[in-house]
Write a protein that binds this ligand. Sequence first.
Ligand code: AMP
Length: 188
Amino acid sequence: MRLILLGPPGAGKGTQAIFLVKALSCPHISTGDMMRQAVADQSEIGVRVKTYMDAGDLVPDEVVVDLIKERLQKPDCANSFLLDGFPRTVEQAESLSEILSELNMSLDGVVEISVSDQVLIERIMNRAAQGSGRSDDNPEIAKNRLSVYRKQTLPLVNYYKAQNKLISVDGAGTIAQVSQEIAKALDL
Ligand code: AMP
């Protein structure tokens, strides 16, 4: 299955991604992880994206699109993959659609984990208080990440709904409940 996992910061996307890649035995492609690695390696890309990431802003579309294009051409992505954190803008979604059609692939679905703002803020604050070790996990930056999500990423919900690809699950329950709901929606 070729899937996208979509959801605001604090929705439990990372946790559900781990569940899904196990259940589907497919590669987990997280642009956030790829760029955190680039920052740690102090590569050319890492140096370029660090300030955006630290502020909770999106890095320029072409940087992530190039990374994804290269990654999706690897043989392990031939039949299935889970995209986590990409696309995050309509422009990225349009680029993805071009990349996939060049590779003769199509998307099977877009799993959206939806969570109310109140629950999200609580979770984000808890995570910041516990210290996740992520440099973008403090209340101010987290708030910015949420507002960036609303402005730039939320339009993807309608974008994929219009293509009949959207599978929306309620992310308010426990980790196990949300996993179960995703499994049911995908017939796993
Ligand atoms: P994540 O781990 O998915 O929350 O991503 C962490 C940070 O990496 C985000 O706040 C952005 O700065 C950057 N990032 C990750 N994926 C993308 C993307 N698809 N487009 C732009 N920026 C991204």
